[in-house]
Ligand binder design. Structure first.
Ligand SMILES: O=C1O[C@H](COP(=O)(O)O)[C@@H](O)[C@H](O)[C@H]1O
Length: 268
């Protein structure tokens, strides 16, 4: 059984968004592992597969408990299919690689079959890698490994485990960049990322917003401004941050936060 932690403050924010606030990051990590393991059990049972999308950044450290008892032994790792919501166009062994970050922090410690870990082709250009990744996803939709959203016509991943940058970016979708409006492609590329490295590929909003579940893991005072804007009532559609554009069509969105991250909210 999962280790019990102090219950977080929990509330509903907007439609279909749940906000969990943990006193300490350790409790967040325990709860995130339990959340992920429960979804693994649900989808492995229902579909015979569990499609998991990871971001890079601080998220990977927050997933560390999955590689420890009881989850190391109890999770059906053979059912996992792992994808990246965004990736930097660098060799897979480069320190900037989101694949390397996840490999070192989680994937090398759990028995997921290597053929079910879908890294980008790091021999290609940004444009080529985005095309190649989208082709791979289309093939996996065709053979039923990835579900399709009946509502949106885009792939529907079982869960996306994501982080957010202090500027409110998610994946490699940055504030004010035209890529946030991409509504045809599943995977696209950027060559002028404001955060280094400049060349990346990224899932588009229609794919992110077609997910069945999203965990948005955000900790630290550095993110408090973007969290406040995302969770305030006074949103105008003209200046939305990428985090505010993450609105699931037919899914469940849960914020996993700590107290510093929500320190600018009025009613926390
Ligand atoms: O560049 C990136 O940044 C975001 C946020 O990272 P964090 O360290 O501030 O949590 C990350 O989610 C994304 O995957 C990554 O490529």
């Amino acid at each position: 059984m999962a280790t019990d932690t102090a219950a977080p403050a929990a509330s509903e924010v907007g439609s279909k968004k749940k906000l969990l606030i943990f006193d300490v990051e350790e409790d967040l990590a325990v709860s995130l592992a339990k959340y992920t393991a429960e979804l693994s059990e649900k989808f492995s049972g229902e579909r015979g597969a569990f499609t998991v999308v990871l971001s890079g950044g601080s998220l990977i450290e927050a997933l560390r408990k999955l590689a420890e008892p009881p989850y190391l032994e109890s999770v059906a790792w053979s059912k996992w299919h792992v994808f990246w919501v965004d990736e930097r166009v660098v060799p897979k062994d480069h320190d900037d690689s989101n694949y390397k970050l996840a490999l070192d922090g989680l994937l090398a410690k759990v028995p997921i079959p290597p053929g079910q870990v879908y890294a980008i082709n790091d021999a290609l250009s940004a444009e080529g890698a985005a095309d190649d990744y989208e082709t791979c996803l289309k093939q996996l939709v065709k053979n039923g490994m990835i579900a399709m959203s009946q509502t949106t016509g885009f792939p529907r991943f079982d869960v996306m485990l994501l982080g957010m940058g202090p500027d409110g970016h998610i994946a490699s979708l940055f504030p004010g960049h035209p890529l946030v409006n991409e509504n045809q492609r599943w995977v696209t590329y950027i060559k002028d990322s404001p955060k280094p490295p400049p060349e990346r590929i990224t899932f588009t909003f229609p794919v992110i917003n077609s997910s069945a579940y999203v965990a948005m893991v955000v900790t630290g005072a550095g993110n408090a401004g973007a969290v406040q804007k995302a969770l305030s009532d006074k949103q105008t559609s003209s200046d939305l941050l990428p985090i505010e554009m993450a609105v699931l069509q037919d899914g469940e969105f849960t914020w996993f936060t700590d107290k510093p991250a929500v320190s600018m909210l009025q009613n926390k």
